[in-house]
Design a protein around this ligand. Structure first.
Ligand code: ATP
Length: 457
């Protein structure tokens, strides 16, 4: 029997009124068809977690339709979504055939803001009892919730009458919210879906919860029993699994809490899913923090995906001939795969040549062949001298400009052409090396070199 408490009055005031109205409309539509409608998943968890009276800005809402007098038809969720689209014509509707779920998407709507509502149909194959029995009513929603990852994500609030506003808590989710525990619903949970290990870590760190000791045992057992062999990227896992793994990795590496999350993943042995040899040792941990620090300073406007570069640093710890494959299996973007493919070459070139450079211009000419993210990764993996030079290059020398540009050369009477680039390059080299300090010296320099070339001709 679920723990049921009447939640509706407080719940109503916590939602933005247009969202509340939308949920009510959806509930009426479901009710007219003899279905129940439930709010489930993260929204219920967050409503219960957020203190006080503040209004919650929900952007992702999960709804489940369930039968009232009989099991709902497989297509009930889709039908309800279609009906809502008629009422809210500005919404975009997309249907995922495989699980018969529908997504309603509002993008910067004047009333609802940016909102995504997933509507699924409670999945039950068999409905064994007479219809009016309330226990039966609850049985398919119960099954639907039982398929979920953690008790705190397996709570539901009934939106349809009768008994609207009831909180359904079959697995002790409310108590786990209170005692701040991440707990699975059954021992096989991680065997069924290894990406849940990443989700457990994500929720634990994000909410400041503990992973319940039994759940942690199940995680370790699942990892020891080779659950990651299915997922391991060197083994070409199923694309659907890698997509989900990638999504979880992205969430974790993107989040402000990525450091404790990565450490927890590593402590649990969960980084082994990326590659059986991947270990977050002190050196790699240092490298990844180093890269993040540099990215914060050098790319405060986030032109690069910082999370992706963090992931590249992890992959870079593997053997050079394995990196590209892992990145491709993980479906990383093209430029990221290329960076990992070329890393060894760039790293060798930078590490061998950088220490031989005497002049700033030599460093500049060497490093300007490479893009900033590659240089940052190489810096993290290099010695102090190289690191220092790459830093100087990125923060100072790459920004130095000549005192003259193409227009100035034209004004000096030179004809535009390929020699312009050569002159400007020479000018830049002399400027970088401090041989030219101002405009006048630049004009003199250009006159000198062009005279010399003319003499040679
Ligand atoms: P967030 O605030 O991060 O979006 P959420 O709980 O809404 O949290 P989603 O990933 O959007 O997380 O998933 C919605 C719901 O679907 C979850 O609350 C959970 O009940 C269920 N769920 C998602 N992924 C899994 C999974 N791998 N295994 C079981 N249930 C899952």
């Amino acid at each position: 029997t679920p723990l049921i408490s009447c939640l509706l009055p407080s719940f109503r005031h916590r939602l933005h009124p247009p969202i509340w109205k939308l949920l009510q409309t959806a509930a009426q539509q479901a009710h007219q068809r003899g279905w129940h409608l439930y709010l489930v998943g993260g929204a219920v968890r967050d409503l219960l977690l957020a203190p006080g009276e503040e209004t919650l800005t929900l952007q992702d809402i999960d709804l489940v339709v369930d039968g009232f007098h009989r099991a709902a038809d497989v297509g009930a969720g889709v039908e309800l979504a279609n009906q809502l689209q008629e009422i809210y014509p500005q919404v975009r509707l997309s249907v995922h055939g495989e699980f018969q779920t529908a997504a309603l998407i509002w993008h910067k709507d004047a009333q609802l803001g940016s909102l995504m509502i997933d509507i699924a149909t409670a999945r039950t194959e068999f409905y064994p009892y007479p219809a009016a029995n309330p226990q039966v009513e609850a049985s398919s929603i119960r099954q639907d919730l039982y398929r979920r990852d953690f008790t705190i994500n397996a709570l539901a609030v009934r939106l349809t009458s009768p008994r609207e506003g009831e909180l359904l808590d079959f697995f002790g989710g409310v108590e786990d919210l209170r005692s701040q525990q991440i707990r699975v619903l059954h021992a096989n949970s991680f065997i069924e879906d290894p990406t849940r290990i990443y989700r457990a870590v994500r929720f634990a760190v994000r909410l400041g919860f503990k992973i319940d000791p039994h759940t942690e045992d199940y995680i370790r057992y699942a990892i020891c029993s080779g659950v990651y062999d299915r997922l391991r990227l060197e083994n070409h896992p199923a694309p659907a699994l890698t997509t989900r793994l990638r999504a979880e990795l992205t969430y974790i590496l993107e989040a402000a809490y990525w450091k404790p999350a990565l450490q927890l993943l590593s402590n649990l042995g969960a980084l082994r899913c990326l590659h059986s040899n991947l270990v977050l040792d002190a050196n790699l941990w240092w490298q990844i923090r180093f890269v993040s620090r540099w990215l914060k300073c050098l790319d405060s406007e986030n032109h690069f995906s910082h999370w992706l570069i963090r992931l590249e640093v992890l992959i870079a710890a593997l053997k050079p001939d394995e990196r590209e494959q892992i990145a491709a299996n993980l479906q990383l973007p093209k430029d990221s795969i290329e960076r990992l493919r070329d890393l060894e070459k760039i790293e060798n070139s930078v590490q061998q040549n950088l220490k031989k450079c005497d002049k700033i211009s030599e460093i500049f000419l060497l490093l300007r062949q490479y893009k900033v993210p590659s240089l940052i990764i190489v810096a993290a993996r290099s010695d102090r001298l190289e690191r220092h030079r790459i830093w100087q290059y990125l923060t100072k020398w790459s920004k130095i400009q000549t005192f003259l540009d193409g227009n100035d050369l034209k004004a000096m009477g030179y004809k535009p052409g390929p020699q312009f680039k050569q002159i400007l390059d020479q000018l830049l080299i002399a400027t970088l090396d401090g041989e030219i300090m101002n405009r006048e010296e630049s004009v003199e320099f250009v006159t000198n070199i062009t005279e010399k070339t003319a003499q040679k001709l």
